[in-house]
Ligand binder design. Structure first.
Ligand SMILES: CC(=O)N[C@H](C=O)[C@@H](O)[C@H](O)[C@H](O)COP(=O)(O)O
Length: 229
């Protein structure tokens, strides 16, 4: 059975929740051993895969979980808005650290390394490629180039104003076009995650609402503040 067939069977059996364990940078929680503990807790709670940023964190998580890890490296580069796994060396390092799936920025913006070169390198490591996209056009292009998973990860993040709702319409159109869609980005409640599946997503990745304590506290504070003012 291929890797994706096995993962498919698991998704069917226990639902397609992927947990992204990416603490807010510089948070007291932003430490490999704490990220590994979060990842293990998510695995024990039924997550079918984990999304982990940074080579050291991938290594720490790989040591304690058995589910697939979607590995990424985020970089702030001077001449490009592309942040997620921009370099071929990043692919190599993530593969070596134990990632089973490598996600990269699949947007059509100025980039240091072409999408087909990243895909070829991921293939060389015999790993699964996930393209983090922001539009239907980008998702289809990456799908045609051979990315097995298409994420809606970057929808809403390529322009100045970030919406509050997730992009369910993009999930539908990618799924109708035959992509294996990972709904990702602002699925901040179980109800929204369920809607992603209803719109044709294969799996849903949830980050902030599960693993970013500071964001969750802020949501509660915003809701509470001013109620009795
Ligand atoms: C845009 C971007 O860089 N997204 C990142 C990709 O890895 C993460 O910061 C998100 O937390 C992740 O996609 C999960 O999304 P949410 O935290 O909304 O559940």
């Amino acid at each position: 059975m291929s890797f994706l067939d096995a993962l498919d069977a698991k998704v069917k059996a226990q639902g397609g929740l992927i947990v992204s364990c990416q603490p807010v940078p510089q948070s007291p929680l932003d430490k490999p051993d704490i990220i590994a503990a979060m990842a293990l807790a998510a695995e024990q709670a039924g997550a079918v895969a984990l999304r982990i940023e940074g080579v050291e964190n991938v290594r720490a998580v790989r040591a304690v979980v058995t589910v697939p890890i979607i590995g990424i490296v985020k970089r702030d580069l001077p001449d490009t808005p592309v942040r997620i796994t921009p370099w071929l060396d990043d692919v190599d390092a993530l593969a070596q650290a134990g990632a089973s799936i490598i996600a990269f920025d699949g947007t059509q913006r100025p980039r240091p390394v072409a999408v087909d070169a990243l895909l070829a390198r991921i293939r060389q490591h015999q790993l699964i490629a996930m393209a983090d996209c922001s539009t239907l056009q980008e998702g289809l292009a990456c799908h045609q180039q051979g990315a097995q998973l298409i994420g809606t990860t970057l929808s809403g993040y390529t322009s100045a104003v970030i919406p509050t709702e997730p992009d369910l319409a993009l999930v539908s159109s990618l799924s109708n076009a035959g992509c294996r869609v990972v709904a990702e980005g602002r699925y901040n409640s179980p109800e929204l995650a369920a809607q992603a599946i209803q719109h044709g997503a294969w799996t849903v990745t949830v980050g902030s609402a599960i693993t970013r304590l500071e964001h969750i506290c802020q949501w509660y504070r915003d809701a509470i503040q001013g109620v009795n003012a």
